[in-house]
Design a protein around this ligand. Structure first.
Ligand code: GDP
Ligand code: MN
Length: 379
């Protein structure tokens, strides 16, 4: 889960790290009050869950209320790096002398946190890292010990911070490491980190990505999750659903491996899978019904392929399929079902009784995928 800047900053502030004064808004009417509270010049920042906004025109400066309102008007509803802007963060404008960079990410090769520090932060940090790798100082601490004082200070000094900033930045790093660890993050990044005129540090921008597999134990993140209605339905039914943008053949598999094999098979026969869907974990909780509701609600599908070979009783899945079809009499989509395993005889009997006119049963794994592609209405 990728937090937006203001959400990431909220977490940082909980750990005592300084963030600029400001507030997130979602309409132009709110600008005046926030500007009043902030006092003086502001920066207006499009809230999308990815970086690179500066380069994409998502960061605006304003000195007056009309300027700020004009900026918010043009930001709201615009597209920044593939996301529609629905919120704008209005913040006090910081005087920027230098832009520093602090980050901790999960290094997948090392399977450990990687701590990075640079005094050359800002919107070109990727370029700096590429052209002058030594300008970004790195360390992979042992996660059993965490990030030690000596390591944090080594990093900030080697990156070129002079005292007392080196010590201050090292304290920030250690706190960020706690944020990273305690939030189950895969990334925490402050870029730019700004030095104030009083010599303190402020996070002008912050990013935080939480490992989705750990969200169940991060209840403080749940208000910020923005699941689609389909994703919420899948989660409630304990099934795993991932929509794919460019496909049109719906997939339901009785396990993750099965679903992926079905996707491969559909592609092999020249079709394009519309999703990944594993109903296995939710088979006894209405997972099959939810899976069908999700796919039948998608208007762009040309066929559905359902494949079950599971330890769970397949007649439960069959009943869910029939019930879903009975409540969607408007649907005409070809649906190919292949069930083999526990309860398959009863399941197939249930499906044979189903009055849905475009239901096709086949015992073969390959044949099911081939048939789904052949029958799919998009040719
Ligand atoms: P990103 O491009 O998505 O990472 O967005 P940032 O929040 O990092 O903003 C990009 C750049 O805008 C920063 O590197 C700064 O140069 C500039 N910027 C952001 N906030 C302020 C601010 O308060 N004052 C000034 N002068 N510049 C800012
Ligand atoms: Mn940034």
């Amino acid at each position: 889960m990728r937090l937006r800047e203001y959400q990431a900053k909220t977490i940082l502030a909980r750990y005592g790290l300084a963030i600029p004064k400001g507030q997130v808004i979602c309409s132009v009417d709110e600008v005046a009050a926030v500007m009043e509270a902030v006092g003086g010049a502001v920066v207006l920042k499009a809230q999308v869950p990815v970086g690179g906004r500066g380069k994409a025109g998502g960061i605006r400066l304003a000195n007056s209320l009309p300027e700020a309102e004009a900026a918010v008007r043009s930001l709201l509803g615009s597209q920044i790096n593939g996301y529609t802007v629905a919120e704008v963060l209005v913040e006090e404008r910081l005087e920027i002398q230098a832009e520093h960079y602090l980050a901790i990410i999960t290094d997948s090769a090392a399977a450990r946190p990687l701590v990075m520090v640079s005094t050359r932060g800002g919107i070109d940090i990727e370029e700096v890292a590429r052209q002058e790798p030594q300008a970004v100082v790195r360390l992979i601490p042992d996660p059993l010990y965490g990030l030690g004082n000596h390591q944090a200070l080594y990093l900030t000094k080697k990156a070129g911070f002079a005292q007392p900033l080196a010590g201050l930045a090292a304290d920030w790093l250690k706190t960020l490491y706690r944020v990273f660890w305690e939030s189950d993050a895969t990334l925490v990044e402050v870029n730019p980190l700004i030095v104030t005129s009083q010599g303190g540090l402020v996070a002008a921008d912050a990013r935080l990505i939480i490992d989705d597999n750990a969200l169940f134990r991060q209840p403080s993140m749940s208000p910020w999750r923005d699941l689609t209605a389909d994703e919420a339905m899948a989660e409630a039914a304990h099934i795993n659903y991932l929509a794919l943008d460019d496909g049109d053949i719906g997939i339901i598999g009785s396990g993750a491996g099965m679903a992926m094999a079905n996707m491969d098979q559909v592609a092999y026969f020249g079709g394009r899978p519309a999703n990944f869907m594993d109903v296995g974990p939710g088979i006894n909780d209405g997972g099959g019904r939810a899976a069908m509701e999700i796919l039948l609600g998608r208007t762009n599908l040309t066929a559905i392929l359902i494949s079950g070979y599971s330890g769970a009783r397949l007649e439960i899945l069959a009943r869910d399929i029939v019930a879903a079809l009975a409540s969607h009499t408007e649907v005409r989509l070809p649906i190919v079902v292949r069930l083999q395993g526990m309860g398959d005889r009863e399941a197939l009997e249930i499906l044979r009784q189903c009055p849905y006119p475009n239901l096709h049963l086949t015992p073969e794994f390959d044949e099911a995928a081939r048939l789904a592609v052949q029958l799919s209405t998009k040719k």
